[in-house]
Design a protein around this ligand. Structure first.
Ligand code: URA
Length: 261
């Protein structure tokens, strides 16, 4: 903002731009985020502990050490926030860690935040997320049902930072964040996991080919795992909702068995 503006004029100008539909603050000169200075390290104790092994240079080793040091979900979140070896962090606005109820019987693992998730700092809040909520609702699950174990669900992604232009995460990025995801699953301790789409199958099962994988329960990370079509795919290919519905029913049956056990 030019120095000639007083506070009230600047506020009025900003409100006028919002009224015109501006949703982002963009300067007159482009910012090359690839050469932005490093963010200062986070100050919390777990973050400082987590940052130390990053000097080793091997990002996967550093991620493993940082994740292993997290004793609970808040310290895992802090460790992820302090993890500076992934360039995605410099281009993203928010760390997208999780939503829903930690400890819920079912944990959903998606791919990576998109634009809406990056803005709100929560997974699956855009169009695909709204479809996911409707899919979960159809079998009685609800991410906001914190106090009802029968309906609670916990949601995260393989990557906590938005990739530019929503491109697919690279194999290196997936490998770097896998130790955090494994620790996340261990700490959230779900009784069943749903892998949404190819990227989460690639990370957790080391396999792609969601059309073949979907609908068949398997075991990974010490728990039953169900691959499903990603809701973003279902938005593009509505005919695949039939299979998705069959998979949701399979999940419902599995969760009922878990509750009865
Ligand atoms: N797609 C995902 O896989 N995760 C999100 O959080 C949003 C869209």
């Amino acid at each position: 903002m030019e120095s000639g503006w007083d506070w009230h004029s600047a506020k009025a100008l900003l409100e006028w731009q919002i009224e015109l539909g501006a949703t982002e603050a963009i300067g007159e000169t482009p910012i090359d985020r690839t050469v932005m200075p490093e963010r200062p390290p986070a100050q919390s104790a777990p973050a400082i502990q987590a940052a130390a092994p990053q000097a080793t240079g091997d990002p996967v080793e550093a991620a493993r050490a940082a994740a292993a040091g997290a004793r609970d979900l808040p310290s895992l979140r802090a460790a992820l926030d302090a993890f500076d070896l992934c360039d995605l962090k410099r281009g993203a606005r928010s760390l997208v860690f999780a939503d829903g109820t930690p400890g819920a019987r079912v944990m959903i693992i998606g791919e990576a935040p998109g634009r809406d998730e990056d803005i709100q700092g929560k997974p699956f809040v855009g169009r695909a997320g709204q479809l996911l909520d409707r899919m979960l609702g159809a079998i009685g699950l609800d991410r906001s049902a914190q106090d009802d174990p029968a309906r609670a669900v916990y949601i995260t992604n393989v990557l906590p930072w938005r990739p530019p232009q929503n491109r697919d995460p690279s194999p290196e990025e997936i490998a770097m964040f896998l130790p955090f995801l494994e620790r996340h699953v261990a700490l959230a301790a779900p009784r069943a996991i749903v892998l949404m789409g190819n990227i989460s199958c690639q990370a957790v099962l080391r396999r792609r080919g969601i059309t073949r994988l979907r609908g068949t329960w398997t075991e990974a990370l010490g728990r039953p795992v169900l691959p499903m079509f990603h809701p973003a795919y279902l938005l593009r290919q509505p005919h695949a909702k039939r299979e998705a519905w069959a998979d949701l029913l399979s999940l419902k049956v599995r969760l009922r068995k878990i509750a009865d056990a």
